[in-house]
Design a protein around this ligand. Sequence first.
Ligand SMILES: NC(=O)c1ccc[n+]([C@@H]2O[C@H](COP(=O)([O-])OP(=O)(O)OC[C@H]3O[C@@H](n4cnc5c(N)ncnc54)[C@H](OP(=O)(O)O)[C@@H]3O)[C@@H](O)[C@H]2O)c1
Length: 351
Amino acid sequence: MSTPQNQAAWLNKADSPLEVRDAPLPTAGPGEIVVMNAAIAINPVDWHMQDHGIFVQQWPTILGCDVAGEVFEVGSGVDRFQKGDRVIGHSTPFPNGRPSDGAFALYTIVSADKASILPNHISFTDAVVVPFAVESAVCALSVKEPGPCMPGVFTPALGLPLPSLEGHISSIKKTLVVYGASASTGAMVTQLATAAGITVIAISGSHNFDLAKQCGAAQVFDHKDASLVEKIVAAVKNLNADFVGIFDAISIPETFERDLEILKALGGGHLAGTHPPPTENLPSNIHVGMIFAYSDITAPVYRDFVTGALQSGKLKCLPPPTMVGKGLEYIDEALKMCKAGVSATKLVVEL
Ligand SMILES: NC(=O)c1ccc[n+]([C@@H]2O[C@H](COP(=O)([O-])OP(=O)(O)OC[C@H]3O[C@@H](n4cnc5c(N)ncnc54)[C@H](OP(=O)(O)O)[C@@H]3O)[C@@H](O)[C@H]2O)c1
C-alpha cells in the first residue's frame, strides 16, 4: 500500500492567511498516537495565534487544538489505542511547539494521555467540540499549582474533584458560579463540575438558558440583567452550601467587575479567569488567577471519564458544532468567523 500524503493549512507568519500545502507525514513517538483527522474544531486561541504569532516556536507552523478521527499509528508504550480506533484528542501545537502537533492537517500527533475512544453512536463532527474544552475545564476546576509549561502563570486554586462516572456526590455540597455558561469553556466547566457533584449557578445570554441547563446548571441568570449581581448572591446564599468561587469564561473588564462584586458580597472566594483578572487592591479573602489549559492532571479524565460519560450521555457534545465546510481550505474562513464571535456553538471543519 502506498504511503498516504499529509497536507496541512500552514501559517507561514503572523497575521497572514493559512496556506494549504503538503506536510510531512508525522510519526508517533513514545506515548503518542497519530490521528487521521475526520474533523477539527476552531478555538479563540487559534486566531490569536494566527494574528499575533503568540506561543509559536517554529515557523511555518500548524495551529489547532481539537481533532476527531481514526488512529493511524500507535507509538511505543501506548496500550489503550489500536490502529483504526475512533478517537477524539486535544492536540497541542503549544506548548509542544512542533507543527506536527497542530490539528489543522490531515494527520496529527496527539499524546495518548489527551485522547479518548469515541463511542460509535457519536459523529466525529459532534465530538470534536469536546477535547480542548475538557482540557480547559479540568485545568480550571482541579489544578492547584502553576503548570511547568508556563512559569509565572498564577493558576487559580479551585482544587475541586475530577468528574466521575458515578452518580452525583451530594455530600460535596459546594457551589460554583460559571460566568459565560454558553461559551465552550463555560459549558464544559458546567458539565464537569456537575459531574463532580458540584452545584453550578450559571450566567449566560437569556437565549442560551436551555443550553446551560442541559450542561447541568441548577439555575441560570441573564448577563444583561441589571440586577445580576444581587440575583447571583441571593441564589448562592439560598443553596446554603460551601461557595467556592467563580469561573469566568468571558474574562473581560465588565465581567471581572461583576465577579468581584459577587465575591465581596459573599465573603470572598476564588476567581478563575480565562484571561488575567485584576490583581490590584483585592481584599485578602479573594484569590484570583488565570487558567492555563495544559496539565498532566487531565490524563485520568481522558482515560477514565470521557468515553464512558459520552456513552452514557453524562457528557454531551456541547455547545453544538456549526459546520463551516469540508476541507482544509475552509479553516481560514472558520478562523475569521471565530474572531467575529459566536454564540453557544463551536465552529467545525470536516476533512
Ligand atoms: N487561558 C486559557 O488556557 C484558555 C483556555 C480556553 C479558552 N480561553 C479563552 O477563553 C475565552 C472563551 O473561550 P471559549 O472558547 O469558551 O469562547 P466562545 O465559546 O467563543 O464564547 C462565546 C460565548 O461568549 C459569550 N459572551 C460574549 N460576550 C459576553 C458578555 N459580555 N457576557 C457574557 N457572555 C458573553 C456568548 O454568550 P451569549 O451568546 O450567551 O450571550 C457566547 O456564547 C476566549 O477568550 C479564549 O481565548 C483561555
